[in-house]
Ligand binder design. Structure first.
Ligand SMILES: Cc1cc2nc3c(=O)[nH]c(=O)nc-3n(C[C@H](O)[C@H](O)[C@H](O)COP(=O)(O)OP(=O)(O)OC[C@H]3O[C@@H](n4cnc5c(N)ncnc54)[C@H](O)[C@@H]3O)c2cc1C
Length: 290
């Protein structure tokens, strides 16, 4: 029990699950106070998600956006980090069940973030690429480049098109940034790296289900994003709801079709499974009465 954590008398133990934005902010607030803070994360690094698209498109290497969690808290004796996947919370016993054993707590903070929401396409998830973590960003980068390699040796233009076309579903900040970065790769990187392929044929299509890009932002921002993406050569399909995708052909409700082996799902998030499983178990942060 307790993953070999130090015993700190008179320091109520606060276990924080998740070393993302929220978990780190909480840990930093508590590190100089009379608590033993135990931060748990399935990874031993913090991910700066806003720049994942740069890793996916080769603009940055993973270590530029992933930072070792242990380094952040060096020199703080009341803070411990354990790399562990939290599997279950037992609020009656004040214990979290993890991949490295049970850990007890006095107070529990659940800051496990979100995961990709594939909505009604959950059963086709295997054909789609998400962008929420460093491994997903690297998978995406590698998948695109492998498809380009395959296209180079394909004799069929139809197959080539399907291999080099890219669909991005979701015209929020992630979809817009990614579409822009891919358009720049199409212009400046791919023609040099793949001179045997006709880059004019490559289509980068951004599909958004509502009438505008960047729905949560101002009208000017939406209009500017649309204009800039079009200038970069991105095809933007508004009011376009994907109705079918089988890994090689995408079809929208109004009949738009795109042959593509690469569908990037940037259309939404939902609370992580861990948070949903813990729902109703009274495991949120409560200040210590003392
Ligand atoms: C591609 C992308 C671009 C974004 N761009 C922006 C932007 O430009 N500006 C902006 O403000 N926001 C942006 N966001 C949103 C922002 O990143 C999130 O709002 C923020 O990360 C949420 O912080 P969090 O701490 O709740 O969760 P996260 O940062 O996701 O952290 C959750 C942590 O919990 C860990 N975890 C989850 N489940 C478990 C478990 N069972 N056991 C152990 N550990 C677990 C995970 O490994 C992770 O480290 C972007 C998000 C994405 C995906």
């Amino acid at each position: 029990m307790d993953a070999n954590l130090p015993i700190l008398p008179n320091h109520p133990r606060v276990v924080i699950i998740g070393g993302g934005f929220a978990g780190l902010a909480m840990a930093k607030k508590l590190r100089k106070q009379q608590f033993q803070v135990v931060l748990l994360d399935r990874n031993n690094y913090y991910t700066f998600q806003p720049l994942l698209y740069q890793v996916a498109t080769g603009g940055l290497e993973p270590d530029s956006i992933a930072y070792p969690l242990r380094k952040i808290f060096q020199g703080n004796p009341n803070l411990s980090f354990r790399m562990a996947e939290v599997l279950h919370i037992k609020p009656e016993q004040k214990v979290v069940e993890t991949s490295i054993g049970d850990i007890s707590y006095d107070h529990l903070v659940v800051a496990t973030g979100s995961q990709t929401n594939f909505f009604s396409f959950a059963d086709q998830e295997e054909h789609m690429m998400g962008l929420k973590s460093v491994p997903e960003a690297l998978n995406l980068r590698s998948f695109i480049l492998q498809n380009f390699e395959k296209a180079t040796v394909s004799l069929s233009t139809q197959t080539q098109d399907s291999l080099i076309n890219i669909a991005i579903v979701g015209g929020g900040p992630t979809g817009v940034e990614l579409a822009g970065a891919l358009a720049e790769m199409k212009r400046f990187v791919f023609p040099k790296d793949y001179p045997d392929l006709d880059m004019e044929r490559m289509r980068i299509v951004l599909l958004e289900a509502t009438p505008k890009l960047l729905g949560g932002m101002s009208e000017q921002a939406s209009a500017r994003a649309l204009k800039d993406l079009k200038t970069l050569g991105v095809e933007v399909e508004l009011n376009a709801k994907v109705s079918y995708y089988d890994g090689s052909i995408l079809i929208t409700e109004d009949g738009f079709r795109l042959p593509t082996e690469t569908l990037i799902w940037a259309a939404g998030g939902e609370r992580s499974v861990s948070q949903r499983n813990q729902q109703g178990q009274n495991c949120g942060w409560k200040p210590h009465p003392g």
